[in-house]
Design a binder for this molecule. Structure first.
Ligand code: DC
Length: 228
């Protein structure tokens, strides 16, 4: 079978990107972090004081935004560029996480991001993670995974990640941010986070990184050996 598209959706801090990166590496596919696009747009809006409650301001701002992904050979990862600047690390800040779900509810922002995601997917051979990838971006994807994990485990994992960069951060900050984002992402009007009917649910609360990779790699290989 030819290259396929693999979608990984799910709640915040479920480990979607960890799995997506590893899966892409094993298959020789390209990993695309769709959440990074919404984060980069949010960074631009914050830096330029864009009033995103005003549709005309959003429309104008989006015309000045160019988002690209480039593979960093040294770090062995794909990194996001906003108007030529590498913003891979700055977009992970809690300041962005506080606002990104709100920005991601906007119709024009979503159309902008989805159009680019679909363009990237034209050549197949990608693993893309996000919230609406299996439902809206690639409804015909061959393999769709929907990830979940217990909130306590998710908070711990994300806390460790953020604390290394900012020792002032508390468990409560991280928990309330994850809960707020899950709520907004699941309840927004356009493309809310939900499991596609044909997605396979993967609860990784009690799974190691190696176990979840082995499970999903098996699923991908099954799909790849099925006749077209
Ligand atoms: O995956 P992430 O945590 O970096 O995503 C950041 C936010 O972007 C998330 O809270 C909701 C939004 N998002 C989205 O609406 N649709 C996607 N496909 C990916 C992310």
């Amino acid at each position: 079978m030819n290259d396929i598209i693999i979608t990984i959706d799910g709640y915040s801090a479920c480990g979607k990107s960890t799995l997506a990166k590893q899966l892409a590496k094993e298959l020789g596919y390209i990993y695309v972090d769709s959440g990074a696009m919404y984060r980069a747009i949010t960074l631009y809006f914050l830096r330029h004081h864009i009033d995103w409650t005003n549709a005309a301001s959003v429309h104008t701002a989006l015309q000045s935004i160019v988002i690209e992904f480039q593979f960093n050979e040294q770090a062995q990862q794909s990194e996001i560029f906003l108007n030529g600047e590498n913003v891979e690390y700055v977009i992970r800040d809690l300041v962005i996480a506080e606002k990104v779900s709100e920005v991601a509810t906007l119709k024009e922002v979503r159309s902008f991001a989805v159009a680019q995601q679909q363009k990237i997917g034209e050549k197949k051979g990608i693993v893309m993670d996000g919230r609406d990838i299996g439902t809206t971006v690639f409804p015909d994807a061959v393999l769709k995974i929907f990830m979940t994990a217990d909130i306590t485990v998710r908070v711990e994992r994300r806390f460790v990640e953020l604390f290394n960069k900012n020792p002032n951060i508390t468990i409560e900050d991280v928990k309330s941010n994850l809960e707020m984002r899950d709520y907004i992402d699941s309840n927004r009007e356009i493309s809310p986070l939900r499991k596609a009917d044909d997605a396979i649910e993967l609860d990784n609360t009690f799974l190691s990184i190696e176990q979840q990779l082995a499970l999903t790699l098996k699923l991908a290989k099954e799909k790849l050996t099925q006749p077209d």
